[in-house]
Design a binder for this molecule. Structure first.
Ligand code: DGL
Length: 288
């Protein structure tokens, strides 16, 4: 048994990295849908069906639990899959299977509040207080994640004193995936930081790299944002949440051999230099 980690490409490695550090003896299978990357400009229906196919592939490999290490898949497809597909699939397979995302842990980290279904009540309570100071949160993400407005909606329900501004970066994940030169990535990151700053009227107080690919270029974001702007660390928040989930749910076997497998629907082999640098060594993918 193993934990499955799914992304459209190599971005989810940032979450995988944090998961491996948090759960060193668990077995992991990482699946990159590089044949279909990037997801960020695709329609909702395409994202749902590609995400479902990725989960099925990982369940077929013996995973019980799949982590969608992709904001685009999690914001567009996760709820649909949990409500419409997963219950029947789990019944047919006759074993406990689940799919979790990275949005909830990120929102918990951004709001400092645990996730609760009673958001209406929480929202009403917060809204009664006078807001002394607005905390402006910038989200850099794909067009599909920005269009879903998931961060705006969920954070607004929980914290009326946090204003969320999303900045869609249509080409950044694709360029990271393709191993574009760092100078090109830097220029793109700087342009998006400038665009968001212009739209807000000042730089954000905090930021979320709301696409797992962007973590690989976190240094470029740090350099483009005013010095010291806190970045909410999505991989760390996710790894912590998954570890707590596994403690509470003994029915999901995470394995204990520390095995790591990397699969791709694209071209098997070594990843580009930027990814290897981020990973800290050579990283080879097998055909999915
Ligand atoms: N890494 C993914 C995310 O977190 C998706 C990038 C893409 O495929 O466009 O949104």
């Amino acid at each position: 048994m193993a934990i499955g980690v799914f992304d459209s490409g190599v971005g989810g490695l940032s979450v995988h990295h944090a998961l491996v550090r948090r759960l060193p003896s668990a077995d992991f299978i990482y699946l990159a849908d590089q044949a279909m990357t990037p997801y960020g400009g695709r329609s909702g229906e395409e994202i749902v069906s590609l995400t479902r196919a990725g989960c099925e592939r990982l369940f077929d490999e013996g995973c019980d639990l799949v982590v969608l290490a992709c904001n685009t898949a999690a914001s567009v497809a996760l709820r649909r899959l949990q409500q419409t597909w997963l219950p029947g699939y789990r019944r047919d397979r006759g074993r406990p299977l689940n799919v979790l995302g990275i949005i909830v842990p990120t929102i918990e980290a951004a709001t400092g509040l645990p996730w609760t279904q009673e958001t209406e009540r929480l929202g009403d309570r917060d809204r009664g207080d006078k807001i002394e100071r607005l905390d402006v949160l910038g989200i850099f993400c794909t067009p599909a994640t920005a269009a879903s407005r998931v961060y705006e909606i969920e954070i607004d329900k929980r914290r009326a004193d946090v204003a969320v501004f999303s900045e869609a970066c249509p080409t950044l994940a694709r360029d990271i995936e393709a191993g574009a030169p760092e100078a090109d990535l830097r220029a793109d990151v700087e342009a998006h930081v400038r665009a968001l700053t212009r739209r807000i009227g000042r730089p954000p107080d905090r930021a979320i790299l709301g696409c797992t690919h962007y973590e690989i270029t976190a240094d470029l974001f740090r350099a483009a944002l005013p010095a010291g702007t806190p970045l909410i660390h999505q991989p760390g928040a996710t790894a912590e949440a998954i570890a707590l989930y596994l403690e509470r749910h003994g029915e999901y076997a995470a394995g204990s051999g520390g095995a790591r497998r990397f699969l791709t629907t694209g071209r098997p082999g070594a990843q580009n230099g930027l990814i290897e640098r981020f990973w800290g060594g050579p990283l080879t993918f097998d055909a999915a």
